[in-house]
Design a protein around this ligand. Structure first.
Ligand SMILES: N=c1c2ncn([C@@H]3O[C@H](COP(=O)(O)OP(=O)(O)OP(=O)(O)O)[C@@H](O)[C@H]3O)c2ncn1[C@@H]1O[C@H](COP(=O)(O)O)[C@@H](O)[C@H]1O
Length: 109
């Protein structure tokens, strides 16, 4: 099986968003706008947390997939390409998260 990536899903979402297909959940979310898309993403995030805390491994996989899909929809509604988020993650490589947080605390002091 060819490798599936988030970039593939992002492409599908952008195509479906403008399809006007009444059967497309993506098109429905786009038509409803950012508040609805972000609300769905929030619900999926909470369901992911519940699965994680409940040590529900199958649930965590399934809810993570729901979350990633809805996160990509929110990015698409905001017209932010996935590549921009990946660039930000790449920029952070090599810096420990603890050190980064400590540097922010110093900034605020
Ligand atoms: N990955 C997904 C995906 N994950 C979840 N969902 C939909 O997200 C919706 C919300 O999920 P919920 O479980 O919250 O459903 P709900 O009916 O609101 O349930 P509750 O709120 O009652 O819990 C459901 O309709 C799911 O089918 C998705 N819809 C689409 N995709 C991808 O997007 C592609 C295009 O889909 P369409 O735009 O629908 O053609 C698909 O081929 C998939 O690759």
């Amino acid at each position: 099986m060819a490798e599936f990536s988030l970039a593939d899903l992002e492409r599908t979402i952008r195509e479906r968003a403008l399809s006007g297909d009444a059967q497309s959940w993506t098109a429905k979310l786009f038509a409803a706008g950012m508040e609805k898309a972000a609300k769905k993403m929030g619900e999926e995030a909470v369901e992911t947390v519940i699965a994680a805390v409940g040590r529900d491994r199958d649930g965590l996989v399934s809810e993570s997939a729901d979350l990633l899909y809805h996160w990509l929809v929110v990015l698409a509604v905001a017209d932010i390409p996935l590549s921009q988020v990946l660039q930000e993650l790449e920029r952070r490589t090599g810096q420990s998260g603890v050190a980064e947080k400590a540097s922010r605390s110093t900034d605020r002091a």
